[in-house]
Design a protein around this ligand. Structure first.
Ligand code: BGC
Length: 502
């Protein structure tokens, strides 16, 4: 066989293999229906008291965590608060001045989370929280030196801080909660089971910032929800003239999660006495942080490929948990692609200039080296010979590719992102159906307040998600009533709002 013939054969085999990989990533209307039904069932199960002998750390279903937030802001809230937000990529400290008219001003300091905190298992809680407290101190010195020293030299005035901590936490009240487990790559063992507000406050005190009181603990989804409520009804804002209160607050970024308001009478996991007390006080609903990243950890219905299994078991810091997140969120999209590429290479179908796995570029062999940002470039590349893709892969992985390889890589990327967006529609459809939200308001229009890099920047993600909503049990009529709004800076404003009521 001539070189050309061999080459053609390999290409044919590659195309066939990629066809079958893409097929494995496909999610159809029947699957969406099955998943939505199971999502609703899982929500109901998660609202019940924990089964005998289980605690939050061993429970494998969706956690459905009561947030202790029982009201929605209406935009008239006022005051200056601090907010701190530990996410998957950055730590942000901000001061939020709520003006009481749906608007606010925000000053912030964003610091990337040092790599060693994510990679090194021996880093301690003390090191992490001390870093957070030091960044808080830097923020105050830079943006609010006036707060550090009262004019007469006396102790500065107390400043309330809302802490957005975007990991599963067993919330004990509005101002405290213990970490159930890390997600999004953190591995620091001695934080698990500890009260994260106390850990942070202790380090703030150590930085002589005793006047900063961490009074509220919230999840980023809850923050996004509350921020959206605060802004709703602002007639002057460019994009929010018609904003109304959201039904869901959600994040599709490094991780994924969502929250919604549940009737207190349905939250059976809260002690009866406490529920009755809330009802006597006239409270009817509480925000539930679903932690939908852990939807179907048992893999009863979620689609699963060998790549998903490898990522969960071999490469993730929380094997067996957050399996929905591992198919949907930004942290994992690139890793899925990397695993597929390694597999195609092992089958002798691509990157044939590298004879063995060990010869492949180091970055291609490194877990989580390929970011979803690279996939977003490949997704929309329409340049001749997919030149943009070529450059992106060279730059990100030092990986040279042929035009044929790139065409197949683009197909895989599109299959991975489509599955992510289609699966993302499941919890949205599930919550809308469970709360009957489409039949509650005039014309049944509903808002979903979203934040996160994937929903905001990944090309086509929102339209694929919408398409999946129309294929889901909501149908095209339901889908048309859903308004997906990006609620930026949600966690800062939301944390400030929590601090206000704490
Ligand atoms: C965490 C959630 C968080 C979500 C989005 C997930 O990994 O478990 O608490 O809301 O990421 O940041």
């Amino acid at each position: 066989m001539s070189f050309e013939e061999v080459h053609e054969k390999v290409n044919e085999r590659l195309t066939r293999k990629v066809d079958s990989v893409c097929n494995e990533f496909a999610v159809d209307a029947a699957k969406l229906e099955e998943l939505t039904e199971y999502f609703i069932e899982s929500m109901n199960a998660g609202l019940q008291p924990l089964p005998q002998g289980q605690d939050a750390s061993t429970y494998r279903n969706m956690p459905m965590i009561p947030s202790f937030v029982t009201g929605k802001p209406n935009g008239s809230e006022r005051g200056l608060f601090l907010a701190a937000d530990l996410g998957g990529t950055n730590f942000r400290v901000c001061s939020v001045n709520l003006h009481g008219d749906h608007t606010f001003t925000l000053r912030q300091l964003k610091s990337p989370i040092p790599q060693e905190f994510l990679e090194d298992e021996h880093v301690s809680s003390h090191e992490l929280f001390s870093y957070l407290a030091r960044r808080t101190s830097v923020f105050l010195r830079k943006h609010h030196p006036e707060m550090l020293l009262a004019d007469d030299g006396s102790m500065p005035k107390e400043l309330k801080l809302g802490f957005t901590f975007s990991y599963p936490v067993q919330q004990k009240g509005l101002g405290s909660g213990t970490l159930i487990r890390w997600t999004k790559g953190f591995k620091i063992k001695d934080t698990v089971g500890k009260d994260v507000v106390q850990l942070y406050q202790r380090e703030l005190d150590a930085q002589q910032l005793e006047f900063v009181r961490a009074v509220a603990l919230t999840n980023d989804t809850v923050g996004t929800f509350l921020a959206h409520c605060y802004r709703s009804g602002d007639a002057n804002s460019a994009d929010s003239g018609e904003i109304s209160d959201p039904v869901i607050g959600c994040i599709f970024g490094t991780g994924t999660n969502g929250c919604y308001m549940e009737k207190i009478e349905n939250i059976k996991k809260l002690p009866l006495e406490f529920r009755s007390q809330l009802l006597r006080e006239g409270k009817t609903h509480m925000i539930i942080n679903t932690e939908w990243g852990s939807f179907d950890n048992e893999l009863k219905h979620l689609p699963s490929t060998k790549y998903d299994v490898a990522i969960d078991q071999k490469y993730s810091s929380n094997p067996g948990f957050h399996l929905f997140e591992k198919r949907v969120s930004g942290m994992f999209l690139g890793e899925i692609l990397r695993n597929v590429l390694i597999d195609l290479h092992a089958d002798g179908l691509i990157f044939c200039q590298y004879k063995t796995y060990e010869q492949l570029p180091h970055r291609l062999r490194s877990p989580f080296e390929l970011s979803s940002e690279v996939l977003s470039h490949i997704e929309i590349d329409d340049s001749t010979g997919l030149r943009e893709t070529e450059l992106s892969l060279l730059q990100a992985l030092r990986l040279p590719t042929t035009p044929e390889e790139r065409a197949e890589i683009q197909r895989i990327v599109r299959a991975i992102s489509r599955r992510s967006a289609y699966l993302a529609a499941v919890p949205i459809a599930g919550i809308l159906i469970k709360t009957d939200a489409l039949h509650q308001h005039y014309h049944g229009e509903v808002e979903i307040g979203c934040d996160g890099s994937v929903v905001e920047y990944y090309p086509g993600f929102r339209s694929m998600l919408r398409h999946a909503l129309s294929l889901s049990p909501l149908g095209p009529d339901g889908e048309r009533k859903v308004h997906i709004r990006i609620a930026k800076d949600g966690s800062g404003v939301g944390a400030a709002l929590c601090a206000l009521v704490a």
